[in-house]
Design a protein around this ligand. Structure first.
Ligand code: UD1
Ligand code: PEP
Length: 430
């Protein structure tokens, strides 16, 4: 199995270009199947979850062509099946977007119950409530969800919790329904706006995305388009926090600084310098990080997908900090690993109590999920000595060429798949 070997202690420096947003791309690729015309999507991140979704889309009969780097063309005129039976699809969260997209287009869909990172119970009751409100019957059996409707009719749907997945899924399912749909208490993440903009570029009529009320007027058909996905807020944030963890100086390029404001604010609070450009953000780490408290919240609050990376940085700050996770109940699985590197963190309920330490030491680690895995990489980069991180397939779900980008900033990191390669890396770096 592949793993990362990392020799820590290098201050990361330089510029890194950020790719397209995974969580926008997942919604947009699913939306692309809703027209029979060709859709070209640019800035698609080449990460594991995206490859799985594209294979599932091919599996139901659509034609997927990789045009050039990070650009994909999808033609769904040849879709022959509404049953998504690709074995890996159940492992990813976004499999549920095919449920909404196929239902919206063909009035029927069947997809394996979604997986994704094991960070809590992750119910999908709000998706189901929404599909039913549009007139669909929803049945769950043998690990699959089946939806079917005679016709879909617009409805007024109030989400009981702010949910990214259900907000996107209901935009997909309702954009070709008869009449108007109103989504209330909708999520406001940049990827919600991106999916809505993409659907509108295909001829949908969606207004209000980015606010908590989204109004959708059903249209009879969608058409082809060319669209470029927004930059990944979480990939950018991970590199910004890598600068803080390693006392480095990193400029993330090709980003939308507005989407990074909650992260920039916390970095400033703990003593880092943050310099915003038009499409870049430079973070200069501080010799003396200050403690602070953080609570994860829906956008524009501090994102749960950055919570583990933030905790790593606070574990290296002077004094006591608190990190409260308010979105998912099981997102502290990296804490035991981090404590083995010398951090002092105690978890009680949904809060991690952190006593800052002056440094970490390298250790044998395993990535428990995608962002926790990325956070352990940051910790290893900051640590004295060598760390080996297993289960990096989680990290590959959401970061394109993570090790290559880190190496370009000076990191001593190698992706290896045998003990011999580990030894070779150790010899090389001395
Ligand atoms: C593929 C993707 O885009 N994943 C992101 C998406 O996940 P995902 O779409 O699964 O997360 P949601 O925004 O839906 O979940 C937010 C909260 O709502 C709850 N909930 C959700 C749906 C539902 O029907 N019922 C319900 O109770 C969840 O358990 C959670 O507590 O948003 C999360 C929150 O920003 C991010 O961490 C994930 O990276
Ligand atoms: C939790 C994440 O992804 P998913 O919802 O696909 O598990 C993530 O991107 O951090």
């Amino acid at each position: 199995m592949e793993q990362y070997v990392i020799k820590g202690g290098v201050r990361l420096q330089g510029e890194v270009s950020i790719g397209g947003a995974k969580n926008a791309a997942l919604g947009i690729l699913a939306a692309a199947i809703m027209t029979d015309e060709t859709v070209t999507i640019e800035n698609v991140p080449n990460v594991r979850d995206i490859r799985v979704l594209l294979q599932a889309i091919e599996g139901i009969g659509a034609k997927v062509t990789y045009v050039y780097n990070n650009s994909v063309q999808i033609n769904s005129g040849s879709i022959s099946d509404i049953n998504v039976d690709y074995e890996y699809i159940k492992k990813i969260r976004a499999s549920y977007y095919l449920l909404g997209a196929l239902l919206g287009k063909y009035k029927e869909s069947q997809v394996a119950l979604p997986g994704g990172c094991n960070i809590g119970s992750r119910p999908i009751d709000q998706h189901i409530k929404g599909f039913k409100a549009l007139g669909a019957e929803v049945d769950i059996s043998y690990g699959k969800i089946h939806t079917k409707a005679e016709k879909l009719v617009g409805s007024h749907i109030y989400f009981d919790v702010v949910t990214v997945g259900a907000t996107i899924n209901l935009m997909l399912a309702s954009c070709m329904a008869e009449g108007d749909t109103i989504l209330e208490n909708a999520a406001k993440e940049p990827h919600i706006v991106d999916v809505a903009n993409f659907l509108n570029a295909m001829g949908a009529n969606i207004k209000g995305a980015g606010t908590d009320v989204i109004r959708i007027k059903g249209v009879s058909r969608l058409h082809g388009t060319t669209y470029s996905i927004i930059p990944d807020q979480i990939e950018a944030g991970t590199f910004m926090f890598a600068a803080a963890a390693t006392k480095g100086d990193i400029t993330v390029r090709d980003v939308i600084p507005k989407h990074l404001e909650s992260l920039s604010a916390k970095l400033l609070e703990i003593g880092c310098q943050v310099i915003e450009g038009d499409d870049s953000v430079r973070v200069i780490g501080s010799e003396e990080l200050k403690s602070t408290n953080v609570k994860t919240l829906p956008y524009p609050g501090f994102p749960t997908d950055m919570q583990p990376q933030m905790a790593v940085v606070l574990a290296l700050a002077n004094g006591s900090s608190m990190v409260t996770e308010s979105i998912f109940e099981n997102r502290f699985k990296y804490v035991d690993e981090l404590n083995r590197m010398g951090s002092k963190i105690k978890v009680e309920g949904n809060t991690a109590y952190i006593e800052g330490v002056s440094g970490f030491t390298g250790a044998q680690l395993a990535a428990p999920d995608l962002r926790a895995g990325a956070a352990l990489v940051l910790a290893a980069l900051a640590a004295e000595g060598i760390s080996e991180i297993e289960d990096i397939e989680y990290i590959q779900r959401g970061y394109e060429d993570f090790e290559g980008k880190l190496r370009s900033l000076g990191a001593l990191i190698e992706r290896v798949d045998s003990e011999r390669d580990v030894q070779k890396f150790k010899l090389k770096i001395g």
